[in-house]
Design a protein around this ligand. Structure first.
Ligand SMILES: *C/C=C(C)/C=C/C=C(C)/C=C/C1=C(C)CCCC1(C)C
Length: 247
């Protein structure tokens, strides 16, 4: 065998050019790590009230980086999807994304109850999704539908529920701009996940792609949503901070 010590340690010896899933695990890891460093360091460039939002962005991408490190390894070792790691990652990071919505609207009166509803909906979405991915052919679609209900509830809260009302009443152009972009993330960006899920055997797109391409969908979606979401919040934080430093 032609292992070298370093290639063996980082698992690179088995990433080949023809395995896009492995490559996106690797790029995902690097991109999440770099973003986490960026958000942590940039906390120093924003006003006090934005520091917590940037910390949460750093935690979201940092937690994902750790999971990508292990998921990439798992995929290379076994050639199968690291489903349990994936859902542990999401169970930590999606509620933190709900915290970001809460922090953005808190200065305009968001209540803990709103955050609680968002977190419960995200847990419903993820727990039923995990059951659907691991419980086999017959009930795959049914659990996918339950999970979609949790997802749609989050979309509802952001478009028409508490979050929407608070941002409408806020009269803050920065918040409204951020909300506009975050709405695009949770509708278009988040919809990549259920499309990936439908690649599973027994579901609507099964056969259209290889089963392993579920990870391709998830890896691309994670990079867009976790890093993009953080950058939107970063740009509002920078814009608002420069306003107060000028005043
Ligand atoms: C950083 C991770 C994020 C933003 C993950 C989001 C995940 C979803 C929006 C997953 C949604 C699903 C459905 C709506 C139905 C099928 C099962 C899931 C869990 C893939």
């Amino acid at each position: 065998m032609n292992y070298t010590l370093t290639a063996d340690l980082i698992g690179l010896d088995r990433i080949t050019n023809s395995d896009p899933v492995a490559i996106t695990f690797f790029i995902g890891y690097m991109a999440m790590l770099a973003s986490a460093v960026f958000f942590f360091v940039e906390r120093g460039s924003v006003d006090g009230k934005w520091k917590l939002s940037l910390l949460v962005s750093g935690l979201i991408t940092g937690i994902a980086a750790v999971h990508y490190y292990y998921m990439r390894d798992f995929y290379l070792q076994t050639g199968t999807s690291p489903t349990a790691f994936r859902y542990v990652d999401w169970t930590l990071t999606v509620p933190l994304m709900c915290v970001e919505f809460y922090l953005l609207t808190k200065p305009f009166g968001a209540k803990g109850g709103t955050l609680f509803k968002l977190i419960v909906a995200s847990l419903v979405m993820l727990i039923t999704g995990y059951i659907g991915e691991t419980s086999g052919l017959d009930s795959n679609i049914m659990w996918g539908i339950f999970s979609t209900l949790g997802y749609l509830y989050i979309v509802y809260e952001v478009f028409a529920g508490d979050i929407a009302k608070l941002s409408k009443d806020s009269n803050s152009p920065a918040l409204n701009r951020a909300m506009f972009l975050l709405k695009i993330f949770i509708t278009l960006g988040w919809s990549i996940y259920p499309i990936g899920y439908m690649v599973l055997p027994g579901n609507l797109l099964s056969g259209a792609f290889e089963v392993s391409s579920i990870d391709l969908f998830y890896n691309i979606a994670d990079a867009i949503n976790k890093i993009g979401f953080g950058l939107v919040i970063y740009s509002v934080a920078i814009a608002e901070s420069s306003k107060t430093s000028k005043a």
